[in-house]
Design a protein. Structure first.
Ligand code: GLN
Length: 493
């Protein structure tokens, strides 16, 4: 029998449903795995062992008496440090939130809990989700399980690394400009960013409110479909959440792509994309054609302006959202002779370099005299990017592209070159600017063994389309079954 920690959420639900294993066994298997491996990876910021085991015992009792809350009852899940969980410190990877204990559960968290799922621990991230490598966390760098000299991607690097190394069955994460899809690609997992408004943002710490969206990182497409069905849906506490009904996403999965029209965006296959990445993604498109899809070339002409527009809009919104962290209500408070000095010192001590850079940038692009030249223009570009996708989706159902122009890079390689770091977001920020959905699935490896992600983009509320395409591709290829070669403390594996 394979080790419990290596299973998918659906496998576990089946086994637990048949009474073949208990929640306590499952939780223990994961705790041991974390104990053995996470010293080298650094995916978790905290693991609440006692609480997880208490909840597992309670879950087992429920199941024994036929009162299980759902097939997911007793299955543990990891949570990015950006989600509020009642009674837990929620630091968002930042010093400034040290000591801030969340008073309530984020809606996505509450919905998982309502099914009986167990929150195992909090996962590392770039401070306030600003970054593409998890090197901007105030609490240390997370390593890529495929090669510890490489970054796991970001900002949800902890969420992806934990799933990749079988230290979590699945994790909850957020994506403002690629933070679910890009780390999933770098770590060889599946990462789903739903349509803006599909999942409630209530209780997740805001970075850029018009772009932020919660989603999941999983071992395979089926688990992503299953968990999206749990967290999606209208929430009166988030006015931007959409009222549309939540379909059974597992029902839409097919093993062929007959009748599916795939858009091939020429602007996403240009110079600057790593050769091995281009090769793997092209191979994936061929595979989809073999599965019955029709491939149609489409154009997204404003792609080249996406990074610039994104970094203006995201930093503008961040500068406003982060104004609340001033030492008065949340977390850290530094000294000072008067309130003004206290605010300044708290922010100087609490925020890291990248966050400060972005607050300054965001304040600048919003300032009078510059507003029209930067912020207003970026909003116009955003409309053009949205229109690009609307045009493309008139002739295709989904769009296939690389998730990122390159595979995982070395720790330290880009920390001194923010612009280079930002440019790596070119293929992911577009979906957030347009408010559409996207998923990254493993589609191969570079010659030196780094995972490559295939991105499948769909129109707003097109989750069924992207999941169907992703599943058919996944089932026809071996990539999702590959696991990183990690030794752990015992040196075996
Ligand atoms: N890398 C992008 C940024 O730094 C996206 C991050 C995210 O999606 N949270 O803003």
């Amino acid at each position: 029998m394979s080790e419990l920690y290596s299973l998918t959420v659906r496998d576990l639900a089946d086994r637990m449903g048949r009474g073949e294993c208990s929640s306590v066994e499952v939780v223990n298997s994961l705790l041991e795995r974390i104990e053995n491996l996470d010293g080298e990876i650094g995916a978790y910021l905290s693991v609440d062992k006692e609480r997880a085991l208490d909840e597992a015992r309670a879950s087992d009792r429920r199941r024994e008496t036929g009162q299980g809350l759902s097939p997911l009852d007793g299955i543990p899940i990891g949570v990015k440090d950006i989600f509020n969980v009642a009674g837990e410190e929620c630091r968002c990877g930042s010093r400034i939130l040290e000591g801030y204990v969340a008073p309530y559960d984020a809606t996505a968290v509450a919905r998982l809990r309502a099914k009986g799922m167990i929150l195992l621990g909090r996962l590392n991230m770039d401070e306030f989700a600003m970054g593409s490598s998890t090197e901007n966390s105030a609490y240390g760098v997370t390593r890529n399980p495929w090669n510890r000299n490489l970054v796991p991607g970001g900002s949800s690097g902890g969420s992806a690394a934990a799933v990749s190394a079988d230290m979590a069955f699945a994790s909850l994460a957020t994506d403002t400009g690629g933070s679910i899809r890009q780390p999933a690609a770098f770590c060889g997992c599946v990462g789903l960013k739903p349509t803006y408004g599909r999942v409630s943002r209530y209780g997740l710490t805001a970075y850029a409110s018009s772009l932020d969206q919660a989603g999941v990182i999983t071992k395979d497409v089926g688990d992503a479909a299953l968990l999206l069905g749990v967290i999606a849906g209208h929430d009166p506490a988030d006015a931007t959440s959409l009222a549309a009904e939540v379909p059974d996403y597992l029902q839409c999965l097919r093993t062929d792509l007959k009748g599916v029209r795939i858009g091939y965006p020429r602007e996403y296959f240009v110079e600057g994309v790593e050769k091995d990445v281009a090769r793997s993604v092209q191979g994936a498109i061929e595979e989809c054609r073999r599965l019955g899809a029709e491939v149609i070339e489409v154009s997204l002409p404003h792609t080249e302006y996406a990074v610039a527009a994104y970094y203006i809009i995201a930093t503008a919104e961040a500068s406003a959202n982060l104004a609340r962290f001033d030492g008065v209500r949340y977390g850290l408070r530094a000294g000072g002779r008067d309130p003004l000095e206290m605010y300044a010192e708290t922010r100087a001590a609490g925020f890291g370099r990248e966050v400060k850079r972005r607050i300054i940038l965001g304040t600048y692009v919003l300032s009078s005299g510059y507003y029209d030249a930067y912020y207003l223009r970026a909003q116009k570009v955003r409309s053009l990017i949205r229109a690009d996708f609307q045009e493309a989706f008139k002739v295709c159902d989904v769009i296939l592209a690389p998730t990122a122009p390159g595979a995982a890079f070395a720790v330290g390689e880009r920390t001194q070159d923010p612009l280079r770091m930002y440019l790596g977001d070119i293929f992911t920020v577009t979906a957030n600017l347009a408010g559409i959905c996207g998923i990254s699935v493993p589609c191969g490896f570079t010659d030196d063994g780094r995972p490559v992600g295939l991105q499948i983009l769909g129109p707003a509320m097109g989750e069924e389309k992207i999941l169907r395409t992703a599943y058919a591709y996944e089932q026809a290829t071996p990539w999702h079954t590959r696991r990183p070669p990690i030794a752990g403390k015992e040196g075996v594996e």
